[in-house]
Design a protein around this ligand. Structure first.
Ligand code: ZN
Length: 393
């Protein structure tokens, strides 16, 4: 080795030893995760106005499982006991996906995504029933009510939460509970089942005031869920429950019982109906990376879906659309090969992800959703399906 090469070699060696020493002393570690690839998301990639079907359903049940992605679905399929019965997930005629993006990009929140699905227009974070420039957007319930449909909301979350609110209100501030409740009471909605939350805190009215607001439109039902009969059987009804009272199938009431009561109410009316059923459990549990709560929430969703699909099959005129507003948690079931077949739930974040989400449909009009790959297209389709031929453009 020539002298200068020797000097460079020993200098480099000295630097490496010195750096290693410093890293050891100051406890610095360098890791280069191979998965951290940055990418620039594309914009539009699907046709925006797919054909909508000639055969229209009489009724529509729209189920939103807030925060549920394909990882959650995989977990549902892998933990479900399928020996004796068909999985609800296999019963859908159409099984696809959609990109739940907001106008901001691939990420979204419940307000923006539910608004896109309720109105057919993409909007920004925190925007309820309004476009990105704050203009009010007509939602599917408003179109349906003007065409003599009954409309209803069942949620295991609070009644003024982003998802239900997008079907009833037009507001920029998702925390303004009083205004959202007032707009719900001023809407044409015929049924409202859900919880209260943060009662008495910033902008959230006390229970008495909430009841006062809701009684302007709804007859309030108690926990027995007994529907009013006689002359009052067609008047709008609401049932409100305490914070976190409706969780999984062990709760009383639970999403299954509330949906069952809602379907009975809707069936008693001499009108077509649009019913929104929402489960918040996947989102709430996934923000906490709470795998046990996810499993309980999946059971509640599956049992409720089984009831809904049964109703659709027996009724023959009811379209069921199941989807999610976004994925939360980056959940994925993984296997530890040393302990196989034991599986584990892994999480990649505590916030919303840009993963595409399931979009399933069954019943008359289901085929429309096979060509739908954006949340706003769901809204466009749903609104078209409740337009009468006279009111169609
Ligand atoms: Zn969330």
């Amino acid at each position: 080795m020539r002298n200068w090469k020797k000097i460079s070699f020993f200098t480099a060696l000295a630097i490496v030893v010195l750096l290693s020493g410093l890293m050891y002393i100051f406890n610095i570690s360098i890791s280069i995760p191979s998965s951290d690839i940055e990418f620039s998301p594309g914009k539009a990639f699907s046709k925006v106005h797919p054909e909508y079907p000639d055969k229209k359903p009489k009724n529509i049940i729209f189920f939103i499982a807030d925060g549920m992605g394909f990882g959650h679905l995989s977990l549902a399929l892998q933990t479900q006991q399928l020996e004796s019965k068909t999985s609800v997930w296999q019963e859908f005629d159409v099984k696809g996906w959609h990109d739940a993006r907001s106008v901001y990009g691939p990420l979204t929140d419940s307000e923006a995504s539910a608004t896109a699905m309720a109105t057919g227009v993409s909007t920004n974070f925190g925007h309820i029933g309004i476009d990105k420039d704050q203009n009010p957007l007509q939602n599917i319930f408003e179109v349906a009510s003007s065409n003599n449909y009954s409309t209803g909301i069942v949620t295991d979350s609070y009644i003024w939460d982003g998802t239900p609110a997008a079907f009833a209100a037009h507001i920029r501030n998702e925390d303004d509970a009083r205004s959202i409740l007032t707009q719900i009471a001023n809407s044409e909605i015929d049924l409202l089942f859900g919880e209260l939350e943060d009662v008495g805190e910033d902008g959230v009215p006390e229970v008495n005031e909430t009841i006062e607001i809701l009684q302007k439109r709804f007859q309030l039902m108690d926990k027995s869920l007994k529907l009013p009969d006689g002359a009052k059987s067609s008047d709008p009804v609401a049932a409100i429950f305490k914070e976190d009272e409706i969780q999984d199938l062990n709760s009383s009431p639970n999403l299954l019982q509330l949906t069952n009561t809602a379907l009975r109410f809707m069936s008693l009316q001499d009108r077509p109906f649009v019913l929104l059923v929402e489960s918040e459990e996947m989102d709430a549990a996934s923000h906490e990376n709470d795998s046990k709560r996810v499993l309980k929430g999946l059971k509640s969703i599956q049992e409720t879906l089984a009831l809904i699909l049964n109703f659709s099959k027996q009724n023959g005129e009811t379209l069921v659309v199941f989807t999610s507003d976004h994925e939360t948690g980056g959940l994925v079931p993984v296997a530890d090969f040393d302990n196989y077949p034991k599986m584990q739930v892994k999480w990649s974040t505590k916030v919303h992800t840009a993963a595409v989400v399931p979009l399933f449909a069954m019943g008359p009009g289901a085929e429309y959703f096979a060509n739908v790959h954006r949340n706003s297209e769901i809204g466009i389709g749903l609104k078209k399906l409740v337009l009468t031929d006279d009111s169609a453009d």
